[in-house]
Design a protein around this ligand. Sequence first.
Ligand SMILES: *Cc1c(COP(=O)(O)O)cnc(C)c1O
Length: 361
Amino acid sequence: MGRVYNFSAGPAVLPEEVLKEAAEEMLDYRGTGMSVMEMSHRSKAFETIIEEAEQDIRDLMNIPDNYKVLFLQGGASQQFAMIPMNLMKNKVADYIITGQWAKKAYEEAKKYGKVNAIASSADKTFSYIPDCSDLPISEDADYVYICENNTIYGTKYKTLPNTKGKVLVSDVSSCFLSEPVDVTKYGIIYGGVQKNVGPAGVVIVIIREDLITEDTLPGTPTMLKYKIHADNKSLYNTPPAYGIYICGKVFKWLKKKGGLAAMKEFNERKAAILYDYLDQSKLFKGTVRKEDRSLMNVPFVTGNEELDAKFVKEAKAAGFENLKGHRTVGGMRASIYNAMPMEGVEKLVEFMKKFEAENLK
Ligand SMILES: *Cc1c(COP(=O)(O)O)cnc(C)c1O
């Protein structure tokens, strides 16, 4: 059995070239006689791996010198606590609730201070991004928090909120490296890498240096302080070494593809194939307000649960995996991250057309 088209929301498809290269290096990484998995994280070989990975993501995202890049563990979810523990000086933060991940971050932050939900799209099942041009930002907010691409609901901010001068913190797990970003607009950009960058187990935190202080909330564990990781270049303890190595390879793959501007162009063309079809289909329809559509996660429904289930089943049999929507929303979702080839989406749409012809009464 060959490789399938994997539309999983995460862990998700990785570039085949990267997987092949890793396979070739599995037993003997470049003459070291061992796998990267078996290697000391203090070795010269690993030092080169992590330093190159950092430089490559800096190049790709054009990260200014006054930002640190941290390779941490605990997934994106651990950041839900780490952010308030490190950033809350006034113990006030504003959250914009655009889906389940933002909501979870908000609930977690409540343990540490006064947390305000200043906007939400819960009223329409998170199918849009609220207008964030003039929100009631708290006078003493330590930061404003967003989830920039909503993996489950398929929405994405096309303009960042007006934070009225407050620090912006953004979870970019599911749109990481999918298009260029202006890092200077953020205090923290972070993401679990298993959606668009690498294997589960690594979370990358890009943080402005002035936000890295000793002044964390009382009782903050050592491992949850940005400063300890920044001071030790992500090598305070054993990092998720193999995961970082694969991320590094993905960064090089992205550079070879022409960087983030080229990725954006590719992702726009790729997503348009699916959205254009959805817009004219008589069976399937997209669930998100057009102007807020994500390039990465595309939810759609037939409007009939039985037909949805039939579609998912037949698609799977035809080699299109993981098209079932999130368990909380149902329907279907195609996650079409950087590593999903154009052909994967073209073939999916062909399959959908066939299904539509067979099932439209
Ligand atoms: C998957 C996801 C998370 C949770 O990631 P974990 O690494 O499993 O903790 C958080 N935010 C977004 C946007 C996600 O897509």
